[in-house]
Design a protein around this ligand. Structure first.
Ligand code: SAM
Length: 331
């Protein structure tokens, strides 16, 4: 008998109700096992390691949860020069990374030409894949960057609930965010979205709809991580998101999107470093590592965390070692 028949039947027509009831189930172990099974059948034991360069912490937005919000006067702002960004990407390539994620606050100092030239320089000197994560940008910008060789774009929708979204973002709408994501997909980027777990007033039904939205958007990747309160934000007194609920959400996403790249998000590791280990048993197949230069890395504080500053090569080796010890194949 096919022991996963129950889920196969259920996921043919997954609804917010079925997903929400699974998120709240007393025993989730069979869903974890099924998600792991699907992940292994699609990705084997491979875990893809991505390097992330946080190239600017300037941001024009005022997201109520994020330490980089433009009204936080306590953060010392920095911008990496295009040359520094290119050199750091090449260092990551030399250390063995095959993808570099270029992330920043929404910083219009980096014009469409500046980003385009960074992409061109990296691509001229390496075959490393480039993921951009620079916030909501125009069709013109996104299409130029794609034409210069950017491979992927990551823009989390954060929450699919219109009133929750509006309460957290005084500076943009959910409609605009989703429209930007659909543009990214239309431009043929490998498209990444995602959301936070544990935002105040979020319910299991909302998370269930977040998961279904990832499928509706045709996401090729999805970052799902717990919300972590930052002391210089409006949500400083809120409770952090649950790691268990985060892992459950990753597992359910794996069932709906068998081929997607699902990272074990950094924020999950911040809450409990052991969680990063077990997340690979519930459907995640990607991990990111900061390669942001040591003079900047502590300034990119989205949420408080213990940021280690290690040599890029040493850190990659340490991570590979950890993955091998878990029976995984680092790539
Ligand atoms: N500016 C880009 C954007 O808007 O997509 C990328 C940078 S933004 C800081 C990266 C991600 O950090 C956001 O998509 C959000 O999900 C996450 N983030 C921000 N504050 C957070 C917090 N307090 N807890 C957990 N995740 C957070």
């Amino acid at each position: 008998m096919n022991k996963y028949r129950f889920f196969e039947d259920k996921f043919g027509e997954a609804t917010p109700q079925t997903l929400a009831s699974l998120l709240e189930a007393e025993d989730f172990s069979s869903v974890y096992a099924y998600a792991d099974n699907i992940n292994r059948s699609v990705h084997g034991d491979i875990v893809d390691i991505r390097a992330i360069i946080e190239f600017s912490n300037h941001c024009r937005r005022r997201c109520a949860y994020c330490g980089l919000n433009s009204i936080n006067t306590k953060v010392r702002r920095y911008r990496m020069s295009p040359e520094e960004i290119v050199e750091t990407a090449l260092l990551a390539r030399d250390a063995g990374y095959k993808t570099v994620v270029l992330q920043s606050g929404e910083d219009l100092y980096y014009t469409k030409e500046i980003i385009a030239d960074i992409i061109t320089s990296i691509k001229a000197r390496s075959d490393i894949k480039i993921t951009l994560s620079c916030g909501e940008r125009s069709l013109e910008e996104l299409s130029l960057w794609k034409s210069r060789g950017a491979d992927r774009y990551l823009l989390k929708h954060e929450t699919c609930d219109p009133s929750l979204y509006a309460g957290l973002h005084s500076c943009g709408t959910l409609v605009e965010r989703l429209s930007c994501l659909r543009t990214i997909k239309d431009l043929d980027y490998e498209t990444g979205s995602g959301f936070m777990i544990g935002l105040p007033n979020q319910t299991s039904q909302i998370i269930a709809r977040d998961i279904l939205l990832l499928k509706d958007l045709g996401c090729d990747m999805a970052g799902i991580g717990p919300f972590i309160p930052h002391p210089e934000t409006a949500l400083k007194g809120a409770e952090p998101g649950s790691t268990e609920l985060t892992k459950r959400s990753v597992a359910l996403t794996r069932l709906l999107l068998p081929h997607a790249n699902l990272p074990a998000t950094t924020s999950l590791g911040v809450l409990d470093s052991n969680e990063k280990r077990s997340i690979f048993d519930c459907g995640a197949n990607v991990i990111m590592r900061k390669v942001t230069p040591s003079n900047y890395v502590r300034l990119y504080e989205i949420y408080p965390g213990d940021i280690k500053v290690l040599d890029v090569y040493a850190e990659r080796r340490e991570l590979e070692h950890m993955l091998v010890s878990l029976g995984k194949i680092p790539r």
